[in-house]
Design a binder for this molecule. Structure first.
Ligand SMILES: [Ca+2]
Length: 233
């Protein structure tokens, strides 16, 4: 029955379109591109959605970390994260990375929605206590600089260098000390070798002089003995 067939296929198609439309509205509302655009403009660095999201292309789509790929359990977590309007709640969104979760947890979604109008105020709202990648550069500073708050190798080079110098200060000090002691020891060894060589030479000369004297005395005694023998009794 063609008529029934068209009705049977029409209802799922309409429902699918409605679900997709709602999903797209939700995805767009949850993307918050204002922050990414601000960071990119202020830092001069190219920043993608991976600053806060699981997928670098953002939450829209069917790829891993995007809404179209979520399981029922992940959708449940997504909805709980979306409902976290007040700060201090547990947030584990399947489409946000740890920095995105931390923003919602720290500020609450309500304040984050307000900050969309002034994304330059996000760092002050976040504070400087959180450093998720533990590279000694606070998440808020990395947001301003356009570096990644979850990658310890991403940061302003000079700050990373100084922080690594502090972190490995003991190893650097030991390396410098070992080098200095090595040079000190080598210099002392060379001085000792030089002194020993001089002493050996000096002793050698003294021994040669003593041998020459003994030889002279022996030769003189022998000569006197021969003279006495020739003179007779
Ligand atoms: Ca950091």
């Amino acid at each position: 029955m063609p008529g029934m067939g068209s009705v049977t296929h029409g209802k799922p198609a309409a429902a699918w379109l409605m679900v997709m439309s709602l999903a797209l509205v939700g995805q767009t509302a949850f993307g918050y591109p204002e922050f990414q655009q601000y960071v990119q403009k202020s830092s001069g660095r190219t920043v993608n959605c991976a600053l806060c999201h699981e997928h670098p292309d953002g939450p829209e789509g069917l790829k891993p970390g995007q809404i179209g790929s979520l399981t029922a359990e992940e959708m449940d977590r997504l909805n709980r994260a979306r409902a976290a309007f007040q700060p201090g709640q547990t947030v584990d969104s399947p489409i946000l990375n740890d920095f995105g979760d931390a923003i919602i947890r720290t500020l609450g979604k309500q304040q984050l929605l307000l900050l969309r109008q002034s994304p330059e105020k996000l760092p002050a709202a976040l504070g400087t206590e959180s450093d998720l990648d533990q590279d000694s550069i606070p998440d808020a500073d990395e947001y301003v600089a356009g570096t990644h708050p979850l990658d310890p190798n991403s940061g302003q080079p000079w700050r990373l260098f100084l922080n690594n110098l502090k972190r490995f200060a003991f190893h650097v000090a030991m390396l410098v000390a070992a080098t200095l002691f090595g040079l000190y020891g080598l210099n002392n060894f060379l001085r000792w070798f030089e002194a020993s060589a001089a002493e050996t030479t000096e002793h050698g000369l003294e021994d040669a002089e003593a041998f020459r004297r003994v030889e002279t005395v022996t030769h003189e005694a022998s000569r006197r003995s021969r003279s006495a023998a020739e003179a007779g009794p």
